[in-house]
Write a protein that binds this ligand. Structure first.
Ligand SMILES: [Mn+2]
Length: 257
């Protein structure tokens, strides 16, 4: 049985479309999503519509949650604006752009899923069972994974959030991070997902990277009037702080000259 494990799409429609084409070519039986459907990208409605059309089972991510909570507590929103104006900009824009139907869809996403495939129990979360915002990485100490493995009953933990794809095994538990379909941060703009095979209680996984139409994404960003830093982030495949750090550095150098 082939299963595609993906997540952190972040409203990047061209990346999701290219990934689904690759998944179809591989002939997957199921697709599971670790969440963060929206945030930063200019296609939140299109991404949710496509996921729904393909009956992809999504999990709640921290951006999904922040978007539907936006406006609930004005003090919290003001705090976000002061601390992280770019994050605030994308949350506000996404909230205002989403159709009521798709906002309801985000609201109804489960914070975890526990499907069983080929006799193996999966636990799908955005971060970890402890926190939606805990990002497991390829270099997360093994002791932390061990600790988490003792808290669960599953055979395979499928997570996202860190945008750092990996497949690791600690004792008898597999930890799989899907990486990010829409907003990779390892310097390679391409989409990432995991192609998994489960048979006779055996798991095998492969990290896939998929090219997509970056230009179409950049045009979408411009049309939406989203901050220019987002375009640089997607284009370079880096974390947002890397491009804002760069532009600050540039301004400083410029100032001195
Ligand atoms: Mn996240």
């Amino acid at each position: 049985m082939k299963i595609a494990l993906l997540g952190d799409i972040h409203a990047n429609l061209p990346a999701l479309e290219a990934t689904l084409t690759d998944i179809e070519r591989e002939g997957c039986d199921h697709i599971l999503d670790t969440g963060d459907l929206v945030g930063y990208g200019p296609f939140p409605n299109e991404v949710i519509d496509l996921l729904r059309r393909h009956h992809i089972r999504s999990t709640l991510g921290n951006y999904d949650r922040r978007v539907f909570r936006f406006g609930e507590k004005p003090g919290k929103d003001r705090k976000l604006l002061a601390k992280d104006p770019l994050k605030y900009a994308t949350i506000k824009w996404t909230r205002e752009s989403l159709s009521p139907k798709n906002l309801d869809y985000l609201h109804a996403l489960p914070s975890s899923q526990q499907p069983i495939f080929g006799g193996m129990r999966l636990l799908v979360v955005h971060g970890t069972i402890d926190s939606i915002k805990e990002g497991l990485r390829s270099d997360t100490p093994e002791a932390r994974l061990e600790e988490l493995s003792h808290q669960i009953t599953g055979d395979i933990v499928v997570c996202g959030h860190s945008h750092d794809p990996f497949i690791r095994r600690v004792d008898s538990t597999w930890f799989v991070n899907t990486g990010s379909v829409g907003r990779s941060s390892d310097g390679d703009y391409r989409a990432a997902y995991i192609l998994a095979e489960i048979a006779n209680r055996k798991f095998r996984g492969e990290i896939r990277r998929v090219e997509y139409d970056l230009e179409r994404l950049l045009i979408g960003l411009r049309h939406a009037g989203l901050p220019e830093e987002f375009a640089a982030m997607f284009q370079k495949g880096v974390h947002l702080s890397a491009v804002t750090g760069e532009s600050l550095e540039f301004q400083e150098c410029h100032g001195q000259a």
